[in-house]
Design a binder for this molecule. Sequence first.
Ligand code: ZN
Length: 323
Amino acid sequence: MDHRFEKILLKLMPVMVLIPCLICVCLASRVTGLERMMDAREAYEELGYRESRLVELTGYEAEYAAHCAGLTRSLKGDASAESDKETGEGYLREAVTKADTDGDVQVNLVSGTEWDGVHKVYLTFDDGPSIYTDDILDILAEYDVKATFFVIGRDNPISYDRYNRIVEEGHTLGMHSYTHVYDEIYASTESFAADTLRLRQFLLDVTGVMPRFYRFPGGSSNDVSATDMHDLVEYLDSEGIVYFDWNVSSGDASGGSMTSEQIIQNALYGIEDRETTVILLHDTASKWTTVRALPGLIEAIQAMDNTVILPITDDTTVIHHSI
Ligand code: ZN
């Protein structure tokens, strides 16, 4: 009897060791994720608007999920813009003092004419600023790379710092609509114009830079706009704003299922065959995999012959989808 019991015990031993190990691995990865979330919460709590910010992130992520799901539908935004506005009010005036209100507008231009015949790659980040903007900027600084950020309107002090870091560190600050709520911005040319002017003025007030590049939420080829996209393009033209789509999607918006390795692989597609590659990436709270992919992506591009990573400027060949 004892002997049989011993045999069973011996057979069970590996399982009894393996199960706690697996549990430990699962818990460790869960703890890492939670630590990151807590860091973000603490940062917001310090500034006393934790609750509204969390509501905003939740609402935004919900909207973002729709953005990722092939843009087949749009969701009505929550009270995020309003709550942001309320909580950010009072801080805004301090940030505005940094801007040049006399109209002496600086334009972040970098000449790119010396890059004729070179494969040019543009890393573009949509939807920021987010809790990962600083991580992205740190990585870009480490590799001495300039990128383009197509940002939305986030009216709070942490975001003011991030807009300013983007500008101060030599990246291009582009627009991606103030609200990112399709139903509102694409309702009519007038509402699109109002949203664009609001974001443009907001970014000018906060950073002192007049943004001149635009990326349509969902791209110019989106199928959700209630307004003819040609009319919106015409409006941007009349304002001297140049819009950019992308010709490579990293796939980082595909519902969190994409690994960092897959993002890198997607983003590198066809770079050596093209003169201009504009890569779509995202700077948003749900996209840690994008941040993790970034060093590998930059290293792979920098290892390519006759290839350079640049920020979008007036010299950049425009990439437009067909509309
Ligand atoms: Zn977007």
